[in-house]
Design a protein around this ligand. Structure first.
Ligand code: DLL
Length: 435
């Protein structure tokens, strides 16, 4: 264990939680008009918090709230105290922006160090980090965590699979950090390139997250790379990777001295008892730049509060079973159908009749958008259509941060729905690759 608190008696953890919760509630109430108004509407003042259970009396915060206060409206510190900014895709044009103070970075490094220590990752290890570096929290989150535990980090980021394999072999990487789908893709390419995956590489563990992975996919990764599979869960709004990580007994422990989890009924918002499935909600209790009260993650899971054979007393969350909204995760990147629609409606020549088709090519996800063009553009002929397609593909890349293949179809050829439009055809599940 990196920190003794991970195995402290529950009473001690709860005492710390209450103290920190009271502090953060005071802080947001006095510093952020958005929270003060919401608390007042709910008839709550910060002194109403006398136990961790009182959390249930506070209003929720949603992704929409973050967007409404874009970019820094919910920050509780001036920008001169912010040392890092990340962002992830929002449901339409605007991304969600998150900020970190120096102290927030220490918290993040601490929870990432705990994550990496799940398999004793330390100075002896070479950590090959294939999570994307940039606005996405995966790359830099793992990077600084690995430095904190004293490992040698190779900041390879995503893509360039063949070069990554060469570095992994030559540098003797012992730890791989990647999305599960990319790690499987790496294995396929390695086989094609003639590597012997067990004897050419020194990998002993992999840290996988940012997207769901079925047990079949996990097992395939364990076998093909001969590694221990560590699951990492997180979201940028809460901190990034490191909100929860799985121990050697396969239990996903929530770092709840920093982030308090609750599970609520997605319809009514009512708190559900341990063991019942619902939407995961987090309250950050140590973050300074952007503390968040009762953030609705939309991730569906179950919580268990029982001691684990690994010695940790931290709450256990089951792997995320699905989402309460229509967000798609494509190779680890979050995509909302509304973002696609946004592009289609801002580019002239198309109609809002479209479907999004997600497929697997090898082990990687592939996203296609089929869209009907309008009559006039269709009549303009092939040159105009090619131009429109190129424009749409480049706008989609800008908006979604991933490559999308656009297929233009004739007016009135896509199936019309009688009720709710079916915009998404997800063919991945059929292949059993995603949970
Ligand atoms: O995906 C942070 C992260 C990076 C986690 C690297 C783990 C490893 P976002 O881009 O904000 O942050 O996306 C957050 O991704 O609400 C889940 O729906 C999904 N997600 C993250 N981890 C898992 C996981 C990062 N282990 C969203 N299993 C979350 C299933 C996951 N889904």
């Amino acid at each position: 264990m990196w920190n003794r608190i991970e195995g402290a008696p529950r009473e001690e953890i709860e005492k710390i939680q209450l103290k920190r919760l009271r502090d953060v509630v005071q802080r947001v109430y006095h510093l952020v008009p958005f929270y003060r108004e919401k608390f007042q509407e709910a008839g709550i003042t910060p002194d109403a918090i006398n136990s961790v259970d009182d959390l249930a009396r506070l209003p929720f915060t949603t992704k929409q709230d973050l967007r409404d206060h874009y970019p820094f409206g919910l920050f509780t510190v001036p920008l001169d105290q912010v040392v890092r900014i990340h962002s992830s895709s929002g449901t339409t044009g605007k991304p969600t922006v998150v900020g970190y103070t120096r102290n927030d970075m220490d918290v993040w490094n601490e929870v990432m160090a705990r994550t990496l220590q799940m398999v004793g990752c330390g100075p002896e290890d070479v950590v090959h980090n294939a999570y994307g570096y940039g606005l996405f929290t995966g790359g830099l989150g793992f990077h600084y965590g690995a430095e904190t535990v004293g490992s040698a980090v190779v900041p390879s980021s995503g893509g360039f699979t063949k070069r990554q394999l060469l570095l992994m072999k030559d540098f003797g990487a012992t730890i791989l950090c990647a999305t599960p789908s990319f790690a499987l893709h790496m294995a396929e390419v390695a086989k094609d390139e003639g590597y012997d995956l067990h004897s050419d590489f020194r990998l002993r563990a992999g840290f996988f997250g940012a997207e769901p992975a079925s047990e079949g996919l996990r097992q395939a990764l364990r076998e093909v790379w001969d590694i221990i599979y560590v699951e990492v869960y997180g979201l940028s709004e809460i901190i990034g990777p490191g909100v929860a990580a799985s121990c050697p007994h396969g239990n996903l422990h929530v770092m709840e001295d920093h982030f308090i989890p609750e599970v609520v009924d997605p319809e009514t918002g009512e708190v559900l008892p341990d063991g019942e499935e619902g939407e995961l909600v987090f309250t950050t209790i140590t973050k300074q730049a952007l503390p968040i009260i009762r953030y609705r993650t939309k991730d569906i899971t179950v919580l268990h509060r029982e001691p684990c054979a690994c010695g940790r007393t931290l709450t256990i969350m089951e792997s995320v079973r699905g989402r309460a909204d229509d967000m798609l995760i494509v190779n680890g990147v979050n995509v909302f159908p509304s973002q696609v629609e946004h592009v289609l409606t801002t580019v002239e020549g198309t109609t809002p009749n479209y479907v999004i088709v997600v497929d697997k090519k090898g082990v990687l996800d592939k996203l296609e958008v089929w869209v009907e063009v309008d009559e006039a553009t269709f009549a303009d002929g092939i040159g105009a259509l090619e131009e429109l397609k190129a424009r749409l593909q480049s706008e989609m890349l800008n908006e979604l941060y991933i490559n999308v293949k656009v297929k233009l179809v004739e007016p009135k050829t896509l199936e019309r729905s009688m009720g709710k439009a079916k915009r998404i055809i997800d063919r991945r599940e059929a292949e059993g690759m995603k949970s």
